[in-house]
Structure formats: structure tokens, C-alpha cells
Design a protein around this ligand. Structure first.
Ligand SMILES: Cc1ncc(COP(=O)(O)O)c(C=O)c1O
Length: 441
């Protein structure tokens, strides 16, 4: 197992994150606990931002895809790193605005934005809305007319490249709830339609080809397909797009099946994309579009770990050993959803060699409530602190109160010190919105 710069083992044999002893964090803040290393997040924001600055004359913007982890402090970090954000719901938008995030640097996504979400976005002057349906275009244009506004939009395109982890496929027509397909002409038609709307200003296109992608060729292919499409639009409709948003999707390390990338590798990814973009723009005689990228997982994923306390241990000889922790699918549903793989270590005995393979189980009343399966650990005992690595993205943001468990707080570590950025929930929070009708009293 390799550790990224953010993680190391200290002289006491304890795991450290961002210079903070995780056993001390667990003692001070309790478990289960999400912990994030601020420096890691900032390093990832700056590597993308600086690569666009250096390799593309600053003609673009990095958006933090805040679905990965949305809370006030994350928008504050994004703002101070001088990047934008993408939001996918009224709730994420509300959080960004409450954090004081500049509205013009917010891009709003969603395949089924609600009328009230669009209105909320318009009332707060959100910079760009990425449209994904004819009905949305009609609704948005109508709302803009009422409010006497013109809204910048991008259209979500399905370029026919689908990529996941180490593989990608090219499909003529992808079965996806997202985007208009280039292959069947839908993308061209919606462009013509959007251009006919007086209160919408079509700036360009968006695509997102998948997540947890390591195969650079898939991003390069997406650039090729998008530029070819933009050239066809120019020829057919005499409209030249000025913005190209290529979405997110860069992969991160979860287990040793994944490559362990350094910040400069992410710069390398982006440089390759930019080089292709420059070349294809020239080949097609297009102006270089303003480049937008939307990394989420790669900004915050490896910056985070989750700390748990080990409770019961159940050994079924010859079958399996379950190490149960005080968390579960309510703080990390990714194994239950799609058998996501993770690496776990005993944070209080981080130097000890792994001697067995176990499944880390949660405390929910579901057999499928597994945090991670088949992980190698030293023999774990009740009271040990177990750390699951690379949990910064799509954990807190996917958490629930299932079984009325409390969503863990988040502690942000900077210069070896941790402080809350999300406070612990209380049982009172759980019943705050419950109502007993008169007839049940
Ligand atoms: C439209 C869009 N942009 C950006 C992202 C972020 O992707 P990732 O976290 O893999 O970088 C996603 C993830 O689903 C997405 O749907």
C-alpha cells in the first residue's frame, strides 16, 4: 500500500492526515468522523487552475463539481482558490450562495431541473445553466422573458464516448438520461431550437463522459468528437460555440488496483486534453473555445478519510470475518450501491502488517451494509480505530439518516490541526421536522 503525501505513519505508529494524528482526532471529535486535508484540496484546485493558465493562456475555468462534497467551507475553499463551482440542485445552489460564492462563477446542471430551481438560479444571477431538455429550454426562456433577462446556457451533449476506470467504449447512441446525442442528430436539432430563443444566449456545449477514468484516450476522443460536432454546427447553422465544458471524471486511488497519481499527473492529463483541443480547433478552423472542466472526485476524494471505532468482530470459520464499525451505509453507501472498493487500515496500529482478509460491516439492519469487502488488516479488536481511505468524495454527499443513525461530522485539517466544518448531528435534529397530527396525539 502506498500513501499519498497527505497520509503518513507517525512515531507512535498512528496514521496521520495532513499532519494530524488520527487517533487524537478520533478521541477529540469522536467516531464515525470524516476528516479532510485542506492542503490536498487546495493543491488539486491549483494544479488544474494553473495548467489552464499556463497551457491555455488562462482561457478557461476549473469548476469544483460540488456534488462530490457540498458544504459551506468547500465553497469557501473553491472561492479562495479562484475557481468556479458546478451545482446540480437547488440545495447545492443554496449552499454555495449562503457561503457567498460569486454567482457568475456557478454553473447549474441537472437532467430534470425543477421550475423552482430554475427560478432560484435566475433570481440569484447564476452565471451559466447547462440545459438538458426541450421542456427546460421552454421553461427557462419563459421565466427569463417574465424577468426581462437573458441567460447564458450550454447544451449537454452526449458525444458517444462512455468511459469508466480503465475502459472506454464508443457508442453510436448511448442509452443515457443525460445529454443530446450527436450520432442521431438530436444535438444539432436542439442547437437550432436553443438559438431560436430570444431570452437564452447559447454559449456552447457540455459533455461528461464518466467518472473514475484513467484512460486518457477517452478524454482525447471526447475532445475530437465535440470539436467535430462544433465544426458541423458552424457549417450547418452558422453558429460558432465559444465555450466547451468537458465535465469531470479523472480517476483517483482507492485500492492498489488503481494507479496512484501525483498532482503533476493530473496536470499531465489536462495538458494532453489542451494540446488536442488546440490542434483540433486549428484543424477545423474554429476559434479556441473557452475551456471549462468540472473535476469533483479528484479534488476532494483522496483528501478525505473516515475514522471508525471497531465494535464487534464475527468470525465464521472457513467463510468470512466481519469487523463491524460504528458507521456503515448511512455514511458511505458506495459499497451497497455498486460494490465500491476501498482500502482500510487500523489507524492506531498503522505500522502492523496485515494478517487477514476481512469485510468491514456497518451497524445498519441490512445484510448489504458493508463499508468495504475483502480488505487486508492486522487482527482487529473492539476499540481499534479503523480508517477507510479516499472517502472525501461521494461519501458525506451521499450520506443518509438510515435507521436514524446520525450523519458524521466533518473535520478539516490544516497545519496539523482539525476543526469542524460540519458539526455533529444530534438526535434532536432527527425529529426536528417530524409532526404528530392532532388525531394521533
Ligand atoms: C456533469 C458532471 N460534471 C462533473 C462531474 C464530476 O465528476 P468526477 O467527480 O468524476 O470528477 C459529474 C459526476 O457525476 C457530472 O455528472
Amino acid at each position: 500500500m502506498n500513501f499519498r503525501d497527505t497520509l503518513k505513519v507517525n512515531g507512535k505508529g498512528h496514521l496521520e492526515i495532513g499532519g494530524a494524528d488520527t487517533v487524537e482526532l478520533a478521541e477529540k471529535f469522536g467516531t464515525p468522523l470524516y476528516v479532510l486535508d485542506e492542503q490536498y484540496i487546495r493543491d488539486m484546485c491549483s494544479v488544474y487552475r494553473d495548467t489552464i493558465r499556463q497551457d491555455y493562456d488562462g482561457n478557461g475555468i476549473v469548476l469544483y463539481a460540488s456534488k462530490a462534497l457540498s458544504c459551506l467551507a468547500m465553497y469557501k475553499i473553491a472561492e479562495s482558490e479562484n475557481i468556479g463551482v458546478d451545482v446540480v440542485s437547488g440545495g447545492e445552489l443554496f449552499t454555495a450562495l449562503r457561503a457567498g460564492f460569486p454567482a457568475e462563477k456557478i454553473y447549474m446542471h441537472g437532467n430534470n431541473k425543477l421550475p423552482q430551481e430554475l427560478e432560484f438560479a435566475l433570481d440569484h444571477n447564476v452565471g451559466t445553466i447547462v440545459v438538458d431538455a426541450y421542456s427546460e429550454i421552454d421553461l427557462l426562456d419563459g421565466l427569463c422573458a417574465q424577468k426581462n433577462k437573458v441567460q447564458n446556457i450550454l447544451i449537454r451533449i452526449n458525444p458517444g464516448v462512455e468511459a469508466h476506470t480503465h475502459r472506454f467504449i464508443q457508442t453510436a447512441k448511448t442509452d443515457s438520461k443525460f445529454g443530446f446525442s450527436v450520432a442521431d442528430g438530436a444535438a444539432m436539432k436542439i442547437t437550432e431550437y436553443a438559438l431560436s430563443k430570444k431570452n437564452l444566449k447559447l454559449e456552447g456545449y457540455h459533455c461528461h463522459i464518466g467518472s473514475q477514468i484513467f484512460e486518457m484516450q477517452s478524454f482525447v476522443l471526447a475532445v475530437d468528437k465535440m470539436l467535430a460536432f462544433m465544426a458541423a454546427v458552424k457549417e450547418n447553422l452558422h453558429f460558432e460555440a465559444s465555450v466547451l465544458n468537458l465535465g469531470g471524471g479523472y480517476g483517483i486511488w482507492y485500492t492498489d488496483e488503481d494507479p496512484q497519481l501525483k498532482t503533476e499527473d493530473y496536470a499531465g492529463y489536462l495538458k494532453t486534453v489542451i494540446a488536442e483541443l488546440k490542434q483540433k480547433s486549428q484543424e477545423y478552423g474554429l476559434k479556441r473555445p473557452y475551456l471549462v472542466i468540472e473535476p469533483g472526485r479528484s479534488i476532494v476524494g483522496e483528501a478525505g478519510i473516515t475514522l471508525y471505532t471497531v465494535g464487534t468482530v464475527k468470525d465464521i470459520p472457513g467463510i468470512k470475518k466481519y469487523v463491524a464499525v460504528d458507521g456503515g451505509m448511512f455514511d458511505n453507501p458506495r459499497y451497497a450501491l455498486y460494490q465500491a472498493k476501498y482500502t482500510a487500515i487500523l489507524a492506531n496500529r498503522a505500522n502492523e502488517k496485515a494478517t487477514e482478509t476481512v469485510s468491514v460491516a456497518g451497524k445498519c439492519c441490512e445484510s448489504g451494509d458493508i463499508v468495504c469487502a475483502n480488505v487486508s488488516l492486522p487482527q482487529a479488536h473492539s476499540g481499534d480505530i479503523l480508517a477507510v481511505l479516499s472517502t472525501g468524495a461521494y461519501n458525506y454527499s451521499m450520506a443518509s439518516n438510515y435507521n436514524r443513525n446520525l450523519i458524521p461530522p466533518i473535520v478539516l485539517v490544516k497545519d496539523g490541526k482539525g476543526e469542524y466544518i460540519v458539526k455533529p448531528q444530534t438526535y434532536e435534529d432527527l425529529v426536528r421536522n417530524d409532526v404528530i397530527p392532532e388525531r394521533l396525539k
